[in-house]
Design a binder for this molecule. Sequence first.
Ligand SMILES: *Cc1c(COP(=O)(O)O)cnc(C)c1O
Length: 428
Amino acid sequence: MIRYYSTRDPHKNPVRFEEALLKGLAPDGGLYVPDQIPRLEPALWQQARSIADVGVAVLGAWLKDEMPLADLEPILREALNFPCPLVKLSDDLYVLELFHGPTLSFKDFGARTMARLMQYFLRKRGERRIILVATSGDTGSAVADGFAGQDNIEVVLLYPKGKVSAVQERQLITRRPGVRSFAVEGSFDDCQRMVKEAFVDPELAHLPLSSANSINIGRLLPQALYYLWAARQLPAERVNFCVPSGNLGNLMGGVLAAWMGQPVHKFIAAHNANHFFPDFLQGKAEAYGFHPTIATLSNAMDVGSPSNFERLYTLLGAEKLRAWVWGTTVSNEATLSRMKQTYDAYGYIACPHTAVGLEAQARYREATGDPTPLVSLACAHPAKFPDAVSQALGQEPPTEEALQILYSRPTQVETIGPTLAALKAHLL
Ligand SMILES: *Cc1c(COP(=O)(O)O)cnc(C)c1O
């Protein structure tokens, strides 16, 4: 049976998936990591006809001691009910579009799956939860949408006021059953800190708090699936993946996919001006230190201290990470110019996050000459970022029906200061 232990537990006391999922963060403040990774036959995903098929085959193996496949399968078919196309830009460059879910970012994969898994285990236990989420843009809406309307789960969203795009904000404050949104007068790091403090605050100890940030193992596992789904559609066996990164949850999903048996030659970690991880990979930042967050055009990647670093470091160690992952940091100017180049060369409109990835993969190829086919992840729909798209291309992206419907919905939001006390006043 696969079990999960905390990155900070020297004794590696393991818990079941159900507990790691419902807890989110380990009681010692560490992150849960699996004590083994099942080695799976690539035939499992090579035969899949949809990403939901990949999910049933792969998560069926991961969770076989946790729940019957007959219960898991409908959960995955409902959660992963949107397309995930691999778009060919050139003979050796592909874009995997992860933005066709309801909130138009890759976060829908993890959030929708995790919401349904949590609901399943909570029902079994007759328990409820309050999910506290700090979001720099896309997590909150995916979580709010994924969890809304479930009788045993409430959602409390914190986002940095004025630091998300207009469309993202609208998605965050759309009124949904069981969801409360707070605009925090501070940064994303303030929001994350408030969530962390809430979890260890004695006055809140009686509340059934849980997290849904990318630290939750329940979000990481579904994020391995689309790597396998992409590889299944490629002519080559070995592949490079370029991952626009912030908290490194997406990259963690890719590492799990590789460990399950998908040959991955290199990962490219594409970061914006928040350069902690590329620095680490280049040997410039030895220890995990706090970096203040820098606001950029690719705001869902504005993370000074990536929380999943601790997990990657625990599982892989510095040497392996540096050998396997190539990283670079991309400025706003380079992001905009890559959006323009991508449009001119391929007629393809990339959102700023996707463009950070496309710029990084171009640099990687330039630096190494590596001919391995490369899949660059497209993390959000360009229609979510009309300002950046018009700045780069001189034209707005085509509108998306899902977004137009948004603007006709009622909203709900309260503004609070960047302190635990302010949050507590509302929770208690
Ligand atoms: C969350 C997000 C990222 C960063 O993903 P991490 O898992 O935090 O590394 C990149 N792009 C978009 C659009 C996102 O929403």
